[in-house]
Design a protein around this ligand. Structure first.
Ligand SMILES: Cc1ncc(COP(=O)(O)O)c(C=O)c1O
Length: 498
């Protein structure tokens, strides 16, 4: 099959055809294409969406012909991103990370992992049973935020972990820093292992030559892509791309099985359809859309820098350790120079003009922009609201020197995440958890990067950091007690008498 017309959206077209035909729907879902639905749902998502909500294994859509529209849609996506094969995912990039972990586990049990990986990567370690060797990303000495992994750090970790079967890195970061993926791929391949790149934030990079090189073209073997984040498919939809590397460090059939294992047998057709449509929009109009959005955001950045006390993170980051490129579709604002934290500013922005941010922390807020912001008014709203907020709270002359609040170093890995997660456990008050082995992940949101992983010893500094984040209005994912009064730890003492 060699699909070439990127203006087509075969899966979406097949759904439309099915809805137009008024077929006898003797299959799920029980709303029967709309008539059986609650009127409130019908009003909310529309008659047409319900008519196109059909199950898997529907003749003419994903079975019954060769290639099916579903296969064609995925082949078009593979072509658009330059992959050997692309899988549509209905449980986000989280599913992609888990599938990647399960696929790698076919090769062995050791993996080099960038420590500030998304929590779904840690879930992959729990499910696959792999033993991670964590590598710290470069931490910006001025900003105090984590950037990417350098090829040199990866080389060291792979040398220290001769049994590793792969390396998992993240690029771009939440803040828009991009790794030297080409260098990382060369290092991984020189150790004869696969490079998996969590490119959740970079699905758009393939569509404009001024953006940093995207991971597949830089030689990555498997790429996790959160298509919904910036390219604009529906929330929860994502893709997994297999690289074209001839060495086949990860087998296509193994990835296929891992995707099947991690997905529902009732995938939502609207999510799939939205992936097909988003791929078409990116492939056909992506360059022009990105051109527009990048120009708008450059103007917004200049306006924000002109506000007293505010600065932005931008291409000035490039060249710092762990920053090879910069993705301008994030608007990260350094708020250290005003008399409000990022948390307080986020509340103020909501009050001023209903501005809802993607991420906010102590010293930085991040606004995310999509590639299809042709009728963009949001950047102007953000600039105006920031101007008003900064005027209200006033400057904080000392603040500019304050560093970003970096999370404390992680604790020692005393057992694999899987052993800790599935082994005997108990719940103890947080103040008694210091020195114990965590049986759960604790990841402060924002930004959702695990501070503690199952299998790691808990430290007083980390527990204090998480509690501080909660007090500032953040939350903690993975914790059995969302207020962290208690922590689930591994039961280490002698077993009680039977
Ligand atoms: C680096 C990274 N990987 C994976 C994910 C998971 O993506 P999704 O929400 O599509 O499951 C996220 C989510 O924010 C992320 O930041």
């Amino acid at each position: 099959m060699s699909p070439s017309d990127q203006r087509r959206a075969p899966y979406l077209e097949a759904l439309n055809d099915y809805a137009d035909r008024i077929p006898a729907r003797l299959h799920v879902p029980g709303h029967k294409g709309g008539p059986g639905a609650d009127p409130g749902l019908m009003g909310a998502i529309g008659e047409r969406a319900l008519a196109m909500d059909i199950p898997a294994l529907t003749h003419g859509i994903d079975v019954g012909m060769d290639p099916t529209p579903f296969e064609e849609a995925q082949a078009l996506a593979a072509e658009a991103w330059g992959a050997k094969r692309a899988w549509f995912l209905i449980n986000g990039a989280s599913q992609g990370n888990i599938a990647a972990g399960l696929a790698l586990a076919h090769k062995g049990r050791e993996l080099v992992v960038q420590r500030n990986a998304h929590s779904s990567t840690i879930d992959a370690l729990v499910l696959s049973g792999m033993r991670p060797t964590f590598v710290a990303p470069e931490v910006d000495p001025e900003l105090g935020i984590a950037h990417c992994l350098t090829p040199r750090a990866l080389d060291r970790a792979l040398t220290e972990t001769p049994a590793a079967v792969g390396a998992l890195v993240i690029s771009p970061t939440y803040f828009g820093a991009c790794a030297d993926v080409r260098g990382l791929a060369e290092v991984a391949h020189s150790h004869d292992v696969a490079l998996v790149v969590d490119e959740a934030w970079g699905a758009h990079l393939a569509f404009h030559e001024d953006l940093p090189e995207h991971a597949l073209s830089a030689g990555a073997d498997l790429v996790i892509s959160s298509t919904h984040k910036i390219v604009g498919s529906m929330t929860q939809s994502a893709m997994l791309h297999l690289g074209t590397d001839l060495a086949e460090r990860i087998g296509e059939d193994v990835v296929d099985r891992a995707v099947t294992l991690t997905e529902s047998t009732s995938p939502n057709s609207l999510l799939y359809g939205s992936l097909d449509a988003a791929r078409r929009q990116a492939a056909v109009h992506g360059r022009e859309l990105l051109e527009y959005t990048m120009a708008e955001l450059a103007a917004a950045r200049a306006q924000i820098r002109a506000i007293e006390g505010l600065d932005v993170l931008d291409e000035r980051m490039v060249g710092r350790a762990g920053v090879h490129g910069y993705d301008p579709l994030r608007l990260a604002v350094d708020v250290r120079g005003i008399a409000a934290s990022g948390y307080e500013l986020a509340t103020l922005l909501r009050e001023i003009d209903d501005i809802n941010l993607e991420l906010y922390g102590q010293h930085v807020i991040v606004a995310v922009f999509g590639m299809g912001e042709r009728r963009l008014s949001e950047a102007n709203r953000l600039v105006a609201a920031l101007r008003e907020a900064a005027a209200r709270v006033g400057p904080d002359p000392g603040g500019e020197r304050a560093s970003f609040a970096a999370a404390p170093p992680w604790g020692e890995l005393a057992m694999t995440p899987r052993e800790a997660y599935l082994g005997p456990q108990e719940i103890v008050p947080a103040e008694q958890a210091v020195g114990r082995i965590a049986a759960e992940s604790l990841a402060t949101y924002p930004p959702g990067i695990p501070n503690v992983l199952p299998g790691e010893r808990l430290t007083a500094e980390t527990l204090a950091y998480i509690q501080g984040t909660l007090q500032l209005g953040g939350s903690v994912r993975g914790a059995s007690d969302r207020l962290l009064r208690t922590v689930r730890v591994v039961a280490e003492g002698p077993s009680p008498p039977a």
